[in-house]
Structures are given as structure tokens and as C-alpha cells.
Write a protein that binds this ligand. Structure first.
Ligand SMILES: C[S@@+](CC[C@H](N)C(=O)[O-])C[C@H]1O[C@@H](n2cnc3c(N)ncnc32)[C@H](O)[C@@H]1O
Length: 275
């Protein structure tokens, strides 16, 4: 079990879609269509796919030609993959793969042109990024492969109206983000910068664009769930007093309809240099 429910993924998808950097999505789609001799089948492998939000984001992008794309959705959660099949099996060329991502040699990367992920790489370790990048670099000698990675949390969260505990809660939350999520110590807020460094060092062209959640009263259900998630994540942190944290939760929830919340992310695209 990974703890990512269909309800939570559905709740965040609208904010994710608004946040995704259109420019990088467009560039990634361009990369997929870039072969001089167009392929009848172009393989895309979506890591930590959940119910298929990245497939939906690519499909929704204007002028998208989906016909030649063959999606491989990889996740360790069978329920999420079943939901993805229910939603897309009839309309897309797609397969699901129930796998643990940390075994990179088991990933269905044969003939892949683009690896995608969203809201994933802050969960993984430095070692995972290095191994994935090395595998892509190795494959580039046969067939060029790029990486599109959206919504990597960057450690910034700001609220209006302000509360005196905001900074302490954020510090504790960012600390929790580095807890091992099954890959070794998680990159958390360093994910975007670390990926940029590793892919640059291998000679990829790396493009990075901010993609913050900009939430207001229209997102109050998501904001309430986010507040609950943050409170759970920091509850055991000895630097936070339980009564003060409770006060923070109550204050935050009382403003989820009237206040705002900005959560920083970056989107990243790494393409082989020759492109
Ligand atoms: C935050 S969710 C993002 C899901 C989807 N990409 C989205 O944006 O809606 C992270 C996903 O990674 C998957 N995941 C986490 N660790 C994994 C692992 N070791 N192997 C395979 N999937 C994993 C979870 O099951 C979950 O679907």
C-alpha cells in the first residue's frame, strides 16, 4: 500500500492541471512527434502513474495527436491501475504494469521515447534518479529518450491570512518530505534541483519551469485535505506543540474558503542534447 487514494488524486488533479507548465508540456509533445520518419507507435512510459493524470494532461493539450502514442502506465498500486484502465482502455492505446519502480531493470523501457511522471520524484532518492538517468543515457545510444517530470514539490508553501506557526509547520513538513518513501531517503524539496544537476552532467538539455499550485476558495476541499495531510505529517515532530498545532489546523481550516494557499513545484524536461 502506498497511501495514495483515488479520491486524493482526483481532488488534486484540477490544481495540478492548472499548475503544469504549458510550455514544457508543449515541448514534450513536440519531442514525441520529432522523428524525421514518423513512427506508427511511439512509446511513453509513465512512472508512478496513479489513475493516469499525465496521460490525461497530454490528451487535453490542444492539437494533441494521440493516435500514435502507446502509453505504459507503471505503478505498484493495483487499484489505481485498475481505475486507469477503466477510464482509458477504450479511448487510448495503453497498458498497465504493476511494478515497484525501484527495480529499474524491470521497467518496460524497450523502445521508449519519453518517460513521464507527475508528483513522483520528490518521493524518490538521489540513488534512484542517478540510476534512472544512467539507464536513459545508456538507452540513448540506441534510441533517444527524454524525461518529462511535472509537479516536483520545491519546499515553499505560503498562506493568507498568515498564522504565527506557518513557518514552523512548513519546516517540520519539509523535514517529513525527506523521510524514506520506499526508495531510500527521499529528495523532497531538492528533487527538481537534483534532477537538473544529474541530467545536465550527462549532457541532456534540461528545461525547468515553476509550476505552483495557486489555491483559493474554489479549491477549499483540496485545501482542507492538504491541511489535514500536513498536520498528520508533522504531528510527531517534537519541535511542534500539539495544542499549538491544533490551533493552526483550526485557523487554517476556518480560512480555507476565504484565504489563499500557494504550494511551489517545478516541472522539468530533460532531452538528449542532439535534439
Ligand atoms: C503522488 S502519486 C501521483 C500519481 C499520479 N502521477 C498523479 O499525478 O496523479 C504517486 C504515485 O506513485 C506511486 N508509487 C510510489 N512509490 C512507488 C513505487 N516504489 N513503485 C511504483 N509506484 C510507486 C503511488 O502508488 C502513486 O500512484
Amino acid at each position: 500500500m502506498t497511501g495514495f487514494s483515488i479520491d486524493w488524486l482526483d481532488l488534486r488533479e484540477g490544481a495540478d492541471r492548472r499548475a503544469r507548465a504549458d510550455k514544457l508540456l508543449e515541448q514534450a509533445r513536440h519531442w514525441l512527434q520529432s522523428d524525421a520518419a514518423p513512427q506508427s507507435e511511439i512509446n511513453v512510459v509513465d512512472l508512478g502513474a496513479g489513475t493516469g493524470s499525465t496521460l490525461r494532461a497530454f490528451s487535453a493539450a490542444s492539437g494533441s495527436n494521440q493516435d500514435s502514442l502507446s502509453w505504459h502506465l507503471v505503478d505498484q498500486d493495483a487499484q489505481l491501475l485498475a481505475q486507469a484502465r477503466l477510464r482509458h482502455e477504450d479511448s487510448h492505446r495503453m497498458q498497465t504494469h504493476e511494478l515497484d519502480l525501484s527495480d529499474i531493470s524491470a521497467l518496460p523501457l524497450e523502445g521508449v521515447k519519453l518517460i513521464t511522471a507527475s508528483a513522483l520524484f520528490d518521493l524518490v532518492s538521489e540513488d534512484f534518479i542517478e540510476r534512472l538517468a544512467a539507464e536513459m543515457d545508456r538507452r540513448c545510444q540506441q534510441q533517444a529518450v527524454g524525461l518529462y517530470s511535472a509537479l516536483n514539490y520545491d519546499g515553499t508553501t505560503s498562506w493568507t491570512p498568515a498564522h504565527p506557526l506557518d513557518e514552523d509547520v512548513l519546516k517540520a513538513f519539509n523535514r517529513d518530505q525527506k523521510r524514506d518513501k520506499g526508495f531510500g531517503a527521499a529528495l523532497g524539496l531538492n528533487a527538481g534541483a537534483y534532477m537538473e544537476r544529474v541530467f545536465n552532467s550527462l549532457g541532456f538539455s534540461v528545461y525547468s519551469v515553476r509550476s505552483p499550485w495557486m489555491l483559493n476558495g474554489a479549491d477549499s476541499k483540496l485545501v482542507d485535505a492538504l491541511i489535514g495531510g500536513i498536520a498528520d505529517a508533522v504531528a510527531q515532530n517534537p519541535a511542534l506543540n500539539a495544542a499549538s498545532l491544533q490551533d493552526w489546523v483550526q485557523f487554517r481550516k476556518s480560512h480555507s474558503s476565504g484565504g489563499t494557499c500557494t504550494v511551489g513545484h517545478t516541472d522539468l524536461l530533460a532531452l538528449p542534447k542532439a535534439y
